[in-house]
Design a protein around this ligand. Structure first.
Ligand code: ZN
Length: 342
């Protein structure tokens, strides 16, 4: 950000200096009668055209994306203008729109409601929790918007990813109607499947949001990724791989890369080093680098196990026992290689 501002500042400086030099070069004292110069030396930088403001049902918005032309400008929320109306004064919107602004929406977080359709709506609209969108399970073509994209919805709670905390501030939340899990006799969590029609809806909605805000793949996450000690949703039944393969949504590892690491892991006795504090520390460090929040304790403590379980919900859904086995380890290596922290 500083770098960008510096570049903008520098280019402004260069730009404002150049015309002055031109003026100096072209200044001379004519001997004869003064005639009109053929070329007019511009001493000011050319002004950008004023952005247009239009009005849709009483909502004013810029018709182009003034902060970042690389991003789409096809929605009202992209350019909507919420302004003060101070008594006795006029707020002018067209003269001074700053280019130094960006979007608050950096993350897309997916959830399940663990409730049926009607209760999901009641809870998410009438209680202290909400989401921007709710994807029902009724087989129609509707997606419910509960909160304006420019506002915070209360879906993430205490949460973190990489250097960001409290992700309600910077995310769009999608709740999906799904029954969640029940526990079997051994205490294992059994997760309800997702309906194919719902997944298509989620994919279309996610794609639209990701494209408009250019949300990076590393920021398309499960609630369990950003709050692994508290949350399981949307759980291992959610088809992250399908979303990646069919819609290019979110992160997934390269199979060949995973296989290389797997061969490496299984060529040594993986179980021997499993309880070695150095190995545990390295796994914790890698999970932390990848994005999860956990202490580097050097022990398989409860937080670490839950973090591994969350990782497995997302990237190794066939077995989510919270144990860093050779396959889970190989997937973590392959993902860390493919999505390094910049
Ligand atoms: Zn959730």
């Amino acid at each position: 950000m500083r770098k960008t501002l510096y570049i903008i500042g520098l280019s402004a400086f260069v730009f404002s200096c150049t015309p002055q030099q031109n003026v100096k070069k072209s200044s001379y004292k004519p001997k004869g009668p003064v005639s009109q110069p053929k070329t007019v030396v511009k001493t000011q930088t050319p002004e950008k055209p004023k952005p247009q403001i239009t009005n849709d049902h009483g909502v004013e918005f810029f018709t182009t994306n003034i902060s970042d032309a690389a991003k789409n400008d096809n929605t009202v929320s992209y350019g909507s203008i919420v302004s003060a109306k101070p008594a006795g004064y006029k707020v002018v919107k067209t003269y001074f729109p700053a280019i130094a602004q960006n979007f608050r929406q950096k993350y897309l977080i997916l959830h399940y409601t663990a409730l049926p359709d009607d209760k999901s709506i009641t809870v998410l609209t009438q209680q202290a929790v909400s989401a921007h969108y709710l994807v029902n399970n009724t087989g129609d073509n509707e997606i419910y918007q509960l909160v304006d994209e420019n506002k915070r919805s209360y879906h993430a709670g205490v949460s973190s990813w990489r250097n960001d905390k409290n992700l309600n501030d910077t995310s769009i939340g999608i709740e999906i109607v799904n029954a969640g899990y029940t526990s079997d006799a051994t205490g294992k969590k059994i997760f309800a499947p997702f309906n194919d029609d719902q997944i298509k809806k989620v994919a279309a909605l996610a794609k639209d949001i990701i494209t408009r805000y250019q949300i990076p793949a590393t920021n398309v996450l499960a609630h369990s990724d950003i709050a692994p000690t508290r949350k399981q949703d949307p759980g291992p039944s959610f088809p992250w791989k399908k979303l990646y393969d069919q819609y290019q949504i979110g992160m997934w590892y390269d199979e060949a890369s995973k296989q290389n690491y797997y061969d490496l892991a299984t060529s040594t006795d993986f179980t021997v080093k499993y309880n070695d504090p150095t190995f545990i520390f390295s796994v914790q460090t890698q999970l932390q680098k990848f994005g999860y929040t956990l202490d580097l304790s050097g022990k398989w403590d409860d937080t670490t196990k839950k973090t591994i379980e969350a990782f497995q919900y997302h990237f190794r859904p066939q077995n989510y026992d919270g144990i860093m086995d050779a396959e889970t380890w190989s997937i973590l290596q392959a993902l860390s290689l493919k999505y390094p922290v910049k």
